[in-house]
Design a protein around this ligand. Structure first.
Ligand code: NAP
Length: 320
């Protein structure tokens, strides 16, 4: 990819949204490059099983990611493995700078950078990350075979990951700050039915402690009585939602109070030619199928935008 070559579209991020955007962009014959710093698929690579992507009753996240990537590659998609260091909006074209030094000029950019696990912010969390504190059951669950773990959170992630851990661990204690789970009913029912799982209602984790071998205790507080207690434990898994990866969103793009990019229904941000999709975008629900839908919408919309720009530029040349 020579420097200064003008692209129609740069997609930043190769998760489900980015790869879906790439499929639609290639089908619309847009000159497209997708930049991803890691393995294609993003967060779904960390999911043990996906059960709600239509067409697949049950499929591992990694396999679904591979299928998305193969589908996009089948259209001859150009892919670059690098970190994007900046997205700079311009009047004639936008510039995407890569950490490796390249800069790509483009009519449109789709930001599909997703999110990262939210931190609890309690003492011990950062220092013990990797020593008994984890944000990924599929990655680290094996180390807790026949051990006792707590899972913090009450959403789909906490329940899904907790259910995965319950197949390995001796006991999974879900620590939830309220008296009702937020997760979908099907997951709630599975948690309820799993004799290896117990929900500690109205409880928050206030501190994680360790000995020389790693995590060995958590401090819990009852949110109703204020009572505190110690609970000996081998591992702590935290699933309390996601923060948007919005570092590359250029100044001028409107973010909501939680940092998610505000877009219209076509996934267009407040800067012409810059789109935000998937978990980066403000929306009601976060699902793989919705990220894919966003990718479709953004690429179709970008294709229309680029076509108009090119037509306008042609008219201007003819007038001269
Ligand atoms: P989420 O739905 O936002 O749930 C976060 C959970 O953590 C909530 O129960 C929340 O409690 C709790 N929480 C938040 N901050 C906390 C804090 N500081 N201390 C203690 N608890 C805290 O997040 P998620 O489960 O990661 O899911 C994110 C999105 O992905 C959702 O839209 C979800 O539906 C989707 N998702 C879907 C699937 C699936 O369909 N299979 C799987 C995974 C994720 P409250 O309930 O009291 O707010």
């Amino acid at each position: 990819m020579p420097d200064n070559e003008l692209y129609d579209l740069v997609i930043v991020g190769g998760g489900p949204g980015g790869l879906s955007a790439a499929i639609y962009a290639m089908r619309a014959a847009l000159k497209t490059v997708l930049v991803e710093r890691g393995a294609p698929g993003g967060q779904i690579n960390l999911s043990d099983e996906v059960e709600n992507y239509p067409g697949f009753t049950r499929i591992s996240g990694a396999e679904l990611a591979m299928k998305f990537a193969e589908h996009a590659a089948d259209y001859g998609l150009e892919q670059v493995t690098d970190d994007v260091s900046a997205v700079e909006p311009g009047l004639d074209f936008h510039t995407v700078r890569l950490a490796g030094g390249r800069q790509i000029q483009t009519h449109a950019v789709i930001l599909a950078t997703g999110g990262s696990p939210r931190r609890l912010g309690v003492p011990g969390e950062n220092t013990l990350h990797g020593k008994g504190v984890s944000y990924c059951a599929v990655c680290d669950g094996f180390f807790f075979k026949d051990k006792n773990v707590v899972v913090v959170g009450g959403g789909d992630s906490a329940c899904e990951e907790g259910l995965y851990l319950a197949k390995l661990a001796k006991k999974v204690h879900i620590v939830h700050r309220r008296d009702a789970l937020r997760a979908s009913m099907i997951l709630q029912k599975r948690v309820e039915d799993d004799c290896n799982m117990e929900v500690l209602w109205n409880s928050v984790l206030t501190e994680i402690q360790a000995d020389e071998t790693g995590v060995n205790n958590v401090r819990l507080k009852d949110t109703q009585t204020g009572e505190e207690r110690d609970m000996p434990i081998d591992g702590v898994f935290i699933f309390i939602g996601f923060e948007p990866n919005n570092e590359l969103v250029p100044a001028g793009v409107k973010l909501n109070s939680e940092g998610f990019a505000v877009t219209n229904e076509k996934c267009a941000t407040s800067i012409d030619g810059i789109y935000a999709i998937g978990d980066l975008r403000e929306k009601y629900a976060r699902q793989i199928v919705l990220s894919c839908a966003d990718g479709c919408m953004a690429s179709l919309s970008a294709a229309h935008y680029i076509e108009n720009r090119k037509a306008k530029a042609k008219e201007e040349v003819c007038e001269i």
